[in-house]
Design a protein around this ligand. Structure first.
Ligand code: FMN
Length: 213
């Protein structure tokens, strides 16, 4: 039975569209697979620690050389990485904030991008020196945005530091099976926005039925 890790990063609660997407995902997953081990990692309304000087010193030296203080500096990172390793399917709900991702999700990414834990360096390939260390995982990026036109070839493509960034980062740690589902336009046309929600919900259900069964 596949294990699922659900990560939410909106600062909003009940009004959040990206949380609604992760809920549609988990509800539909459960209706297909029944009881599943699901781990929930909340980022949006909790404090995600930023990396520190001790964190950096610790991460870039072998485990046995770390002081007690340095080991403690990596504890959150260790927990987050253990959750990622344990999961077969990772679901991230994320708003677009200022054309990018919430700072809580960025702080999380800084915690999980760990040399020799989630990626390692191949010094022989200067153009693509990153080797991902996580294997056999599927990622769902369930994203919400106030505006629209962020997809390839569209008028706001150059301002999309959300899905492009997330795909790049997760590729680096070895996750390339990535599904992106977006809701667009909450700030503009209410009719289009409703349609966008409906399409996103159907897309999530469709992908689950087609690809994961
Ligand atoms: C602080 C903040 C910054 C935002 N920045 C952008 C932005 O740069 N581009 C955009 O299209 N929408 C932006 N929005 C709109 C949100 O992406 C949109 O409301 C989204 O649905 C929020 O996610 P949520 O519903 O899960 O909370 C922003 C909203 C907030 C609160």
């Amino acid at each position: 039975m596949k294990k699922v890790l659900v990560i939410n990063s909106s600062a909003r609660g009940l009004k959040s569209q990206s949380r609604k997407l992760t809920e549609v995902f988990t509800d539909h997953w459960t209706s297909i697979y029944g009881d599943t081990k699901m781990t929930h990692r909340e980022l949006g309304n909790t404090d995600v620690p930023h990396i520190t000087e001790n964190w950096i010193a610790a991460a870039f030296k072998p485990q046995e050389a770390r002081s007690e203080v340095e080991k403690r500096a990596l504890e959150t990172s260790d927990t987050y990485i253990a959750e990622l390793r344990d999961a077969d399917v990772i679901v991230i709900g994320s708003p677009m904030y200022n054309w990018s991702i919430p700072s809580s999700l960025k702080a999380y990414i800084d915690q999980i991008l760990r040399v020799n834990e989630t990626w390692k360096l191949n010094p022989n390939n200067i153009q693509n020196p990153y080797i991902g260390l996580l294997e056999n995982k599927t990622l769902f990026l369930l994203l919400s945005r106030g505006a629209q036109g962020y997809e390839k070839g569209e008028y706001n493509e150059h301002m999309n530091y959300q899905s492009n960034y997330l795909k790049t980062v997760f590729n680096i740690i070895g996750i390339s099976d990535i599904h992106v589902v977006t809701i667009n336009g909450s700030a503009f046309d209410p009719e289009k926005f409703e349609k966008s929600i409906e399409i996103a919900h159907q897309t999530i259900k469709g992908v689950l039925e087609r690809e994961l069964v």
